[in-house]
Design a protein around this ligand. Structure first.
Ligand code: EPZ
Length: 417
């Protein structure tokens, strides 16, 4: 298994280009199942999770080809309604094929995704929504079996604004008979991006970016050629990289409108942030990082996917702060690894109290989930001596060539087999 070794001491300077957003690409690639023509997707990031969903779509009968950051998917030949455990367990976002399969083939048999390091990750909202649209849903032997004569429009209320729950049910509603209203729906930019693609395919969806989405079902959807939006979490991760090393980084091909919550907190922690144009921001770190409290919330609040990265910044800030994680019940697993690097963090339920230390100490650490692994890389940039991060396959799920991008900014970082 690969490891990444980082020597500290460099202030990162220069330019970095942001890749396409993993969490936009996954539902959008799954939406290719809704039409029987060839769809073309540009700016698709080269990630393990993208490989996983391409493999799953091929398994279902779609023709999947890719070259560079372009992916072509033609699901005219879709014939298999089953997504098996050995494919789904590799990536729980595989659940995003469930509703397109039901919408297109009127049936689906998808392995339950199971939990992951950060939480139980149930899919009850997805299943309840399908049942309210008339589908028959049953669970057996770790699979969910869904069948329906014809999906019909329904009123669906989310107890929690689930991102993939909203995305899955949007794809079912797009081809249902009648009108579906999603209330307390997710407002993330990735949900808006999926709605834009579905509307370009001929769907009739109103309310993107609000918590009430109205879908008027249509009889069929047509293939499209679209570009994936930039990854706001990768953007935020490089903003922290500049803030924590006192660097000066220009972040290109990003979407400043999607990271208001992150910009606010990076500024409050002492860095300068300039929006240079509609796709470029510049972050200049300071040598005195201020401790500030954060609370993760559904968009447009501070994103849970940035919590671990921000915690690292706070671990070397001047003062004490509180980080409250409100989305996932177990998203502090990076804390024990950060403590190995000398961070002073106390956990009480879903609250972490971070007392800034003057310096972290490099050590061997282990990645446990995607965003935790990014936080360990960020810590390595400033921890005295060498930091060795193992199990970096977690990192490869969601960050495209991160060590190459950091090296180009001056980091002393290398991947060792
Ligand atoms: C999406 O996960 C993202 N993944 C996650 O990113 C992100 O952390 C999360 O949204 C929150 O922003 C993708 O988009 C592929 P949720 P998702 O459904 O949709 C509960 C990363 O690092 N819930 O919005 O699975 C759930 O337990 C990943 O890129 C139910 O109870 O998250 C959680 O507490 C990690 N029942 C809350 O809702 C359901 O049916 C929010 O989960 C669904 C969710």
């Amino acid at each position: 298994m690969d490891k990444i070794v980082i020597e500290s001491g460099q202030s990162l300077e220069g330019e970095v280009k942001i890749s396409g957003a993993k969490n936009a690409a996954l539902p959008i690639l799954a939406s290719s199942l809704l039409t029987d023509g060839q769809c073309t997707y540009h700016n698709v990031p080269n990630l393990r999770d993208i490989e996983s969903i391409k493999q799953l779509l091929s398994h279902l009968g779609a023709k999947v080809e890719s070259e560079g950051d372009v992916v072509w998917i033609d699901s005219s030949g879709l014939y298999n309604h089953e997504a098996p455990y050995e494919l789904v367990r590799k990536m729980r976002a595989s659940i995003l094929v469930l509703c397109p399969l039901v919408a297109r083939l009127k049936k689906a048999r998808v392995s339950l995704p199971g939990g992951c390091a950060i939480g139980a990750r149930p899919i009850n909202f997805h299943l309840k929504g399908l049942e309210s649209m008339g589908a028959h849903v049953e669970l057996e032997h770790g699979y969910v079996n869904v069948s329906v004569k014809n999906l019909k429009g329904a009123e669906i209320y989310f107890d929690i604004p689930s991102v993939t729950g909203t995305e899955n049910l949007l794809m079912a509603a797009a081809l249902a008979d009648g009108i579906t209203i999603l209330r307390n729906a997710a407002r993330e930019p990735e949900v808006i991006a999926l709605i834009d693609v579905l509307n370009q395919m001929g769907a009739d969806i109103k309310g993107a970016g609000t918590s009430k989405i109205i879908v008027t079902g249509v009889s069929s959807l047509k293939p499209v050629s679209v570009k994936i939006i930039p990854d706001r979490i990768e953007t935020g991760t490089f903003m922290v990289a500049s803030a924590i090393t006192g660097g000066d980084i220009k972040i290109l091909d990003c979407e400043p409108d999607h990271i208001g919550g992150i910009i606010d907190k990076i500024k409050l922690s002492g860095s300068e942030v300039e929006i240079e144009d509609k796709s470029t921001i510049r972050v200049r770190g300071t040598d005195e990082i201020k401790s500030i409290d954060i609370k993760t919330l559904p968009y447009p609040g501070f994103p849970t996917d940035m919590q671990a990265q921000f915690m690292v910044l706070m671990s070397v800030a001047r003062g004490t702060c509180i980080i409250t994680e409100t989305i996932f019940e177990n998203r502090f697993i990076h804390v024990s690894e950060l403590r190995r690097l000398g961070a002073d963090i106390t956990i009480s339920g879903n609250i972490a109290i971070i007392k800034g230390v003057t310096a972290l100490d490099g050590a061997p650490v282990m990645a446990t989930d995607l965003r935790a692994s990014a936080s360990l890389i960020l810590a390595g940039l400033v921890a005295n001596g060498a930091t060795e991060v193992s199990r970096v396959y977690h990192l490869d799920r969601g960050y495209e060539y991160i060590e190459k991008k950091l090296e180009k900014l001056g980091a002393a970082i290398k991947r060792v087999k």
